[in-house]
Write a protein that binds this ligand. Structure first.
Ligand SMILES: [Zn+2]
Ligand SMILES: [Zn+2]
Length: 240
């Protein structure tokens, strides 16, 4: 099928639209704009320190000041112009075919776990789900299941109320908006399990923190956040 598909739809880079060598691949310029977080990194949140930073096993200042509720962050990339375009293409451009590529980048950063993990996407409110037709985090989680990273539990978490857009809010307002907004559907399914909480972008962490807290309250043994693009401006220079 591939040569035929290429004739009808010449391969284009999903981030910038330039012609590329193969279907679904990024062009060279966009690949080089992707910032893959490296080591050494924070022992709690995997924030990359860069070559001049502390040795492996150290803990970053934000984690020291405010110990995280999660058990690690596996970020495929740091947020750049290209990772933003890829997420938007997946989310709004309906380029669902991008999910395997983005999930491969996430998978490369996941530290393996002896027990099988549950893959739980950060939930959308049902009205937003209805409007968009799919949850992009669930698409990524499904790909991670296909590559053997856990058992997809698509409705492990649910949104019990609509939350306004959190952009532009301070930390306290975000926490207030999210209070009671996210719940575990079946606590017995989560109890004693290791969880990979899957999302497309990790920004302030307010939503993921609400998810992690709900999962831990239900008895989850550990919760690692797996995301495609993590917003960490100060770490970008080290990653490039
Ligand atoms: Zn490109
Ligand atoms: Zn940290």
């Amino acid at each position: 099928m591939a040569p035929f598909v290429d004739l009808v739809y010449p391969p284009r880079c999903p981030a910038c639209g330039e012609g590329t060598g193969e279907q679904g691949g990024l062009c060279v310029t966009c690949w080089s704009d992707l910032a893959i977080p490296g080591n050494p990194s924070c022992a709690l949140c995997q924030r990359p320190f860069g070559d001049s930073g502390p040795a492996e096993g150290a803990i970053c200042a934000p984690c020291l000041g405010n110990p995280p509720v999660h058990d690690g962050i596996a970020a495929g990339t740091l947020y750049t112009d290209t990772s933003r375009k890829l997420v938007l293409a997946l989310k709004h451009g309906r380029r669902i075919a991008l999910a395997p590529l983005l999930a491969r980048l996430i998978a490369a950063r996941i530290v393996s776990c002896e027990e099988e993990r549950l893959l739980i996407p950060v939930p959308l409110h049902r009205w937003r789900l209805w409007h968009r037709g799919f949850n992009q985090a669930a698409l990524l989680a499904r790909e991670l299941e296909k590559s053997g990273h856990g058992l997809l539990t698509v409705d492990g978490l649910v949104r019990t109320k609509r939350t306004p857009s959190l952009g532009g809010m301070g930390a306290k307002a975000r926490a207030r908006a999210l209070a009671g907004a996210i719940a575990v559907r079946r606590p017995d399914a989560v109890k004693g399990r290791h969880i990979l909480l899957v999302d497309d972008i990790l920004t302030s962490g307010a939503t993921s923190t609400a998810c992690v807290k709900a999962l831990k309250r239900a008895g989850a043994k550990s919760v690692v956040i797996a995301c495609f693009a993590r917003v960490l401006d100060e770490a970008l220079d080290h990653a490039r």
